[in-house]
Design a protein around this ligand. Structure first.
Ligand code: SAM
Length: 887
């Protein structure tokens, strides 16, 4: 991990610094003025010739295309040209899959938004903060562990020469892929895409709404999420059930196709219910010629079923261009019960005698001591030869049958005989093929023992072995892997493990919270690099190695064949790409990665207001719409099942900043009964800025009519959030931030939305800054603090109940640099603890599962930020000025 060195004042420690923005295309959130301007949306157009339902309509593009092709055939000046046009015409009449809405969707538009970096994460940075807990050398000799001694145990992450940083992105896959393609120009750069979409069944249970609750009940409303992006995706996506699903999948496959490198591959994971439909879609998008295989992989040992118990799911594999696809054959060790081993049913003893193995011996893999296991295979190939030579073996002449010939020359047969490779079976000769000649078998399209087991952290987690095979089969170290359906981050985890670059995206915060924790706390083998300077992109080191029993255990294995012996050639060698050399003295952790989102930077207040106040027609419509939503919803829900009823919702007279006013009434909101409250709406395409809160609070307070200000937005800048919290004190009017669900902007959907899904009030981290004698600081997470505008009091839950909290010890006001990460009351850091147990004091692991940070020095900005991830994956950030805090 490169450290960006800054001048260190005398007496200050050299603390870890995150690398700064490496790409102008991905600004740190809030920093780049030019990104306020959106690029125009991109329009994608399907080839509607694949849809005969539209094909010969008057004026249709298909008809035009058909007529043009017929003309081309008739007027062609060469046979090739006529043939090419005829092929295209033929393709137009191929069978097709049709569904409701397909014909109308000849094209679709996707907004082109930049991706913003919101958070920088690095395990190395976090471990750096534990330096103070390292054991001394004397202690270590006492703890002496031959495998993990501090003398040689090193912590490292892979680095790329071009400073590439892996990426986790919050956003709808379509938007994210469009941003990658048209903001960043990444078309044709992804080597492999793994996509594990919802399977298009049981549309009510595709999402896991809680970080720590894996059982998701189908159609249970309480399990529905309140999370804006997710509600939108959910409702957007599945309105027409399977029909919507096919539209959803085709759009995404279309963009995935654009991202793939010419030698790239895509794997789509699917169950038997929709396997056939998704294959049709993939044929349509990638072309049937680029179909590379269907893999069935075992997902369970067998579940109860009325008919045949289902045990497998499928991977549909397509290449961008099958003729140039990158493919690395994988091999499995021959194992007991594997039919390929069962067929090795002979044993050869040292004295030259041999016998057939008995069935119980084969079943129990009970091979007599010292004996070599082998099978007898034919020495003849099909087809008559012009001159059939006889071969003399043990004094007797042998000839192939008339319609066959020897697999090698007579000289070759002599050499096979010399090496004891020929055996008489009845009246014919056979070749002896030993298990050890090639101790592995090629992996086929049937994958056994790939169940994910009980170690899952996410309801629909894929087993890492499945993704490992897809990645190893179709990429080399350093290649880029993309997963638009991140879930708990299995693709990213496996890509990280195998030194591949990765980008992953998910529309929901819950899985991303899990994925982030998984990556941050993971440990991996350190595979030896061929070229340290190039990083994994230079490839891994593979060696030929044998254990004491003479078994091949290295990444290079010999492949002795009849041909190599007969021709007196050295045996061929195969590389087992999943067996690179491992450096035991190094514990590897994830390289640095960033957390990004399509959520844009907060707009400047003036711009916001000029837009939202109707100067631009569309924006005025936005404010009207919000007002209508507020009127319809009528209720604001607070934690603890309480609510505020709103009456007389209207536009305030003569206002500069405020968006709405209402009378708060009814329910249990006695303290607010009959009081007027004011609302300000954040921008349609951005987060609420500090300036907006300031101006709204100034006006609301100045008017003197309002008892409370509600700031409603789709996201809020941390500084703005802090101002909301301090509003009563600083601006003279109490305020509450209300997060709005994105889909409240969508037509009729509002009818079906419960008010609790439209607006939600969430808390803020409550922190305490501690000062040590040496002048260092520590942060204690006291809990989550939720302001209740009914009772005007704050309610807290304790810090050790949150799933995760992060600390940025020198917050720059834009991007959150995760300097310390805590997962209270979990074993999240167990892997690292196991790997480094000898190096650190025991209490360090309690510390990482606790609520008090490691001591740190104030940085250049003099302020800290604390981010808490709550049970629903919401991120709640509080910022504190260090000097003020301890005054
Ligand atoms: C079956 S899970 C993937 C699980 C993953 N393979 C793992 O091992 O954890 C599908 C994921 O796709 C996400 N998803 C669904 N629709 C999406 C969309 N339109 N854009 C991005 N992600 C989406 C869901 O939130 C869910 O986490």
């Amino acid at each position: 991990m490169p450290k960006q060195k800054k001048t260190i004042e005398k007496g200050k420690t050299d603390t870890y610094r995150h690398p700064t923005a490496e790409s102008l295309l991905r600004p740190e959130v809030g920093t780049q003025a030019q990104f306020r301007k959106k690029k125009p949306p991109v329009k994608y157009r399907y080839d509607d010739s694949l849809d005969p339902a539209m094909s010969w309509d008057e004026g249709s593009a298909v008809r035009e295309k058909g007529e043009r092709l017929i003309r081309e055939i008739l007027e062609a000046d060469s046979l090739e040209a006529a043939r090419a046009a005829a092929e295209s015409l033929k393709a137009m009449s191929a069978p097709f899959l049709n569904w409701s809405g397909k014909a109308e969707r000849a094209e679709f538009e996707v907004p082109t938004l930049p991706l913003f970096i919101h958070e920088r994460l690095s395990t190395t940075a976090i471990i750096e903060t534990l330096k103070g807990h390292k054991k001394g050398m004397e202690q270590l000799t006492l703890f002496g562990d031959p495998h993990h001694s501090i003398a040689d145990q090193v912590l490292k992450a892979y680095e790329y020469a071009d400073k590439w940083v892996n990426r986790m992105i919050l956003g709808d896959s379509l938007m994210v892929m469009n941003s990658l393609l048209h903001y960043e120009g990444m078309g044709g750069q992804v080597q492999t895409i793994n996509m594990d979409p919802p399977y298009g069944v049981k549309f009510g249970s595709n999402f896991q709404p809680f970080v720590r609750k894996r059982d998701v009940k189908h159609g249970d409303d309480d399990h529905m999420t309140y999370e804006p992006e997710m509600v939108q995706a959910y409702r957007d996506t599945w309105e027409l059930g399977l029909h919507s699903y096919l539209t959803y999948m085709r759009d995404r496959l279309y963009l995935a196709h654009e991202l793939l490198a010419p030698s790239g591959s895509i794997f789509v994971q699917i169950s038997d219910e929709n396997l056939h439909h998704v294959r049709e879609l993939m044929d349509e998008v990638f072309g049937p010629n680029n179909f590379a295989g269907i893999i069935s992989f075992q997902k369970t040992g067998g579940i109860e079923a009325t008919l045949l118990p289902p045990t497998v799911d499928y991977l549909l594999w397509y290449g961008r261009d099958k003729s140039s696809i990158k493919y690395r054959q994988l091999f499995l060790e021959r194992s007991l019960g594997d039919t390929s081993l069962d067929r090795y049913d002979m044993v050869l003893f040292d004295d030259g005698t041999s016998r057939r193995l008995k069935k119980p011996e084969i079943e129990a893999d009970a091979i007599p001591e010292g004996a070599k296991r082998y099978q007898l295979v034919s020495l003849y190939s099909d087809g008559a030869s012009s001159e059939t030579k006889s071969f003399t073996f043990h004094g007797k002449k042998y000839r192939p049958r008339a319609d066959t010939h020897w697999k090698t020359t007579i000289d070759g047969l002599e050499r096979l005989a010399e090496k004891d490779r020929i055996e008489i079976m009845g009246s014919v000769l056979r070749y002896r093929r030993f298990v050890k000649d090639f101790p592995v078998v090629p992996l086929t399209d049937r994958w056994h023992s790939t169940q994910s087991g009980t170690q899952r952290i996410y309801a629909v987690q894929t087993s890492p072995i499945v993704l490992q095979r897809c990645i190893l089969m179709t990429t080399d170290p350093g290649d880029l892997v993309f997963d638009p359906t991140c879930g708990s981050g299995t693709t990213a985890y496996v890509a990280e493990q195998w030194g591949r670059r990765w980008i992953t995206a998910d529309v929901s915060r819950v899985p991303l919270a899990l994925a982030r924790q998984r990556l941050l706390t993971a440990t991996f083998n350190y595979y030896e690099l061929r070229d340290e300077a190039m990083g994994p992109a230079g490839g891994f080191v593979y060696k030929r190695k044998q254990n004491k029993k003479g078994e091949e255990v290295g990444g290079i294995v010999p492949h002795i064949t009849l041909k190599s012996i007969a021709n007196n050639e050295p045996p061929a060698e195969e590389v087992l790409v999943d067996r690179p050399e491992t450096v035991n003295s190094i514990t590897r952790v994830s390289g640095p990665f960033v957390f990004e989102a399509t959520i844009p930077t907060p707009m400047d207040w003036d711009e916001e207001k000029s837009e939202t106040k109707g100067i631009q027609e569309g924006q005025g419509a936005y404010e009207d719409r919000m007002l209508e939503v507020l009127r319809k919803v009528k209720t604001l829900h607070l934690p603890g099942n309480r609510k505020i009823e709103l009456k007389n919702v209207r536009l305030p007279a003569k206002t500069l900043t405020l968006s709405a006013e209402a009378v708060a009434n009814g329910g249990h909101a006695d303290d607010m009964a009959g009081k007027a409250v004011a609302f300000v709406f954040g921008p349609e395409n951005g987060s609420v800025s500090e300036r907006l809160v300031y101006e709204a609070a100034k006006e609301a307070h100045g008017k003197g009519d309002y008892g409370h200000l509600f700031v409603v937005g789709f996201g809020i800048e941390p500084n703005a959030r802090t101002l909301v919290e301090k509003c009563a004190e600083v601006m003279g009017i109490p305020a509450t931030y209300v997060e709005a669900a994105r889909d409240l902007m969508m037509g009729d959907l509002l009818k079906n939305l419960r008010s609790s899904q439209v607006f939600s009030v969430c808390g803020l981290p409550e922190i305490e800054i501690l000062r040590s004698d040496e002048g260092k600081y520590q942060v204690r997470l006291a809990g989550l603090d939720v302001f209740d505008p009914i009772t005007m009091t704050h309610e807290s839950s304790t810090g050790d109940h949150v799933p995760a909290w992060f600390l940025d010890t020198d917050y720059n006001g834009t991007v959150f640099h995760v300097c310390q990460a805590f997962f209270p009351r979990t074993g999240a850091w167990d892997n690292l603890q196991k790997a480094l147990k000898a190096d650190y004091e025991v209490n360090v692991w309690e510390h990482l599962a606790g609520t008090v940070s490691a001591p740190f020095e104030a940085g250049d900005y003099g302020r800290v930020a604390v981010k808490v991830i709550d049970d629903r994956g919401n991120e709640l950030v509080v910022i504190n000025d260090l000097r003020e805090a301890v005054k």
